[in-house]
Design a protein. Structure first.
Length: 184
């Protein structure tokens, strides 16, 4: 009597059904995955900007000099093109040093502390009326702004189809990131 080996493989129909199920599950998961990627990009860029603000504040306190942060863009309120942070010894919100000055060992001479390039990824970062042109921190850590008055304001980080993030600053210089209240 002959014994036949057991068939341990898949039939073509079983393979096709498995592939259809995998494709359906991938189609259901893809929009959620895209949303997760957008949310992570927002969180990353919001934290990057918040870190830059905190660097400016801590350097102002550490150095005992005003530290100013200005956008790279020539359009008022647009910060998504990048920003520069520098010591501002004469408190005029303008860099008055050598264009390549990154050596901050000379007291009384402006120097760059950070160059941040464009944030990209279809993101926009806009300063409200308080932070159109610059934000500065005094040696005591207080905030100064181009809008004058009480320097309480918000930077809004947006990407299409999300609520975005707001970087909120109070007049004492405390900063926080919160989810935006309206769709971008």
């Amino acid at each position: 009597m002959k014994k036949f080996a057991a068939n341990n493989g898949f039939t073509l129909i079983e393979l096709m059904i498995t592939l259809v199920v995998v494709i359906i599950l991938a189609a259901i998961a893809a929009p959620s995955f895209n949303n997760m990627i957008r949310e992570n990009r927002l969180a990353t860029q919001a934290n990057l900007f918040l870190g830059s603000l905190q660097l400016a504040k801590s350097e102002a306190i550490r150095r005992g000099a005003q530290v100013t942060m200005i956008p790279e863009s020539n359009t008022a309120g647009e910060w998504h093109g990048g920003w520069r942070i520098f010591t501002d010894w004469n408190r005029n919100q303008t860099f008055n040093g050598d264009a390549n000055a990154t050596d901050c060992s000379t007291e009384g001479q402006d120097c760059y502390l950070l160059f941040q390039e464009s944030i990209g990824n279809n993101l926009t970062l806009l300063g409200d009326s308080q932070y159109q042109d610059w934000i500065a921190f005094t040696p005591s850590g207080e905030t100064l702004s181009s809008g004058g008055g009480l320097p309480m304001g918000t930077f809004t980080l947006c990407t299409p189809n999300t609520n975005g993030r707001d970087i909120v600053i109070n007049n004492a210089g405390r900063m926080r990131v919160e989810e935006g209240g309206a769709a971008c």
